[in-house]
Design a protein around this ligand. Structure first.
Ligand SMILES: Nc1ncnc2c1ncn2[C@@H]1O[C@H](COP(=O)(O)OP(=O)(O)OP(=O)(O)O)[C@@H](O)[C@H]1O
Length: 333
């Protein structure tokens, strides 16, 4: 997550003046009930760093009880979106809502737990002490032993954070987001650097939290993570939402298919005319990632080259996302 530029961190009382006016939803009871299922929203938000718009008129809604994954290439604007929702930055245009209020409102921020991409702890404090410190800010924190257990930190409780591995620090940072029993958690690349076991433990902890009514917004570069956790994804590129929906909707939105077969050689095919984007080979197994699967299969048969085990499948989520981003940029899908 980028450096904070203009606002105190979450949990710290703001003494001064909202530069952003309080949202209509916060003051109008009718509007508030209409948005009662909305945990957080960016409404027509633009955020610039100098001349560059990191977010460009973006609309994004996180509903209560859902897990929404923000996906997109490096620099797409995902962390910026989270920092606005947390009140760490303010939009240049548009409105940001957190539980029907401005994120400037400490009461709204207190409902959210967060883990930024970069985390730092006082090196001499022990894991258990860091948890005590953070938990002390909340009226009804998760008991320390329970939090340690949920995130596999029990054996590390007495270790100083300065001696933890990167993955262990990451686990602690994620655990802290849940310490105050938040109504929502915002996780910025929560499992980067974690091994498979730690990642799965964290996914189980998130699942448990959601089963208990929690709301999650996460960014990730691991599509497996989005598939494991999220019911809905929003694909961001160049500061705009370029696709939004259930995972299967997103996958179904692209016509890409994987044409897989076994052959000693790939016969000569006109890749451009057949919409073949990529060829993958592993021994005699060949996969053609193509936007025109029927034509590709026909051309394969017409080539007369021997092949077997033909199979046509939907594109992977990663292929679908790459295609959506390229199409959004006006490049060939
Ligand atoms: N403090 C800053 N000053 C200037 N530019 C910034 C700052 N923070 C982010 N940016 C730029 O804004 C754009 C969006 O960055 P952001 O960190 O939100 O992207 P992201 O989608 O989270 O990327 P990643 O997946 O790499 O974490 C990028 O071009 C980035 O370089």
């Amino acid at each position: 997550m980028p450096e904070r530029d203009d606002h105190p961190p979450q949990g710290q009382e703001t003494v001064s003046q909202p530069r952003q006016s309080r949202s209509v939803a916060a003051t109008d009871p009718a509007r508030r009930s209409a948005t009662a299922d909305v945990a957080a929203a960016l409404i027509g938000v633009t955020k610039r760093y100098g001349a560059m718009a990191a977010l460009d008129g973006i609309d994004l809604t996180l509903h209560r009880g859902e897990v929404l994954a923000l996906l997109g290439p490096n620099g797409a604007g995902k962390s910026t979106a989270l920092s606005l929702l947390l009140g760490l930055r303010r939009p240049d245009q548009g409105r940001v809502e957190l539980f029907g209020r401005s994120p400037d409102d400490p009461a709204a921020r207190a409902m959210v737990g967060a883990t930024p991409q970069d985390t730092g702890f006082p090196e001499t404090l022990k894991v258990g002490e860091v948890i005590d410190l953070v938990s002390a800010h909340y009226p009804n924190p998760v008991p320390k032993a329970e939090l340690l257990d949920r995130f596999g930190l029990t054996p590390l409780a007495a270790r100083q954070t300065g001696g933890l591995s990167g993955g262990q620090k990451r686990r602690l940072a994620v655990a802290l987001a849940f310490a105050g029993r938040p109504a929502a958690v915002f996780l910025d690349e929560p499992t980067t650097g974690l091994d498979v076991e730690a990642r799965r433990m964290l996914w189980a902890a998130v699942d448990g939290y959601v089963a208990g009514g929690g709301t999650v917004l996460l960014t990730t570069h691991y599509l497996e993570e989005a598939e494991a956790l999220a019911r809905r994804i929003a694909v961001i590129d160049q500061g705009r939402v370029v696709a939004e929906g259930a995972l299967d909707d997103i996958r179904g939105r692209v016509s890409l298919r994987r044409v897989r077969f076994t052959a000693a050689h790939l016969p000569p095919l006109d890749a451009k005319a057949l919409g073949i984007e990529r060829v993958e080979r592993s021994g005699t197994e060949i996969v053609l990632v193509t936007a025109r699967a029927d034509d590709t299969v026909r051309a394969l048969v017409m080539s007369g080259a021997p092949f077997s085990d033909l199979e046509v499948r939907a594109a992977t989520l990663e292929e679908a996302l790459m295609s959506i981003v390229r199409t959004g940029r006006g490049e060939a899908a």
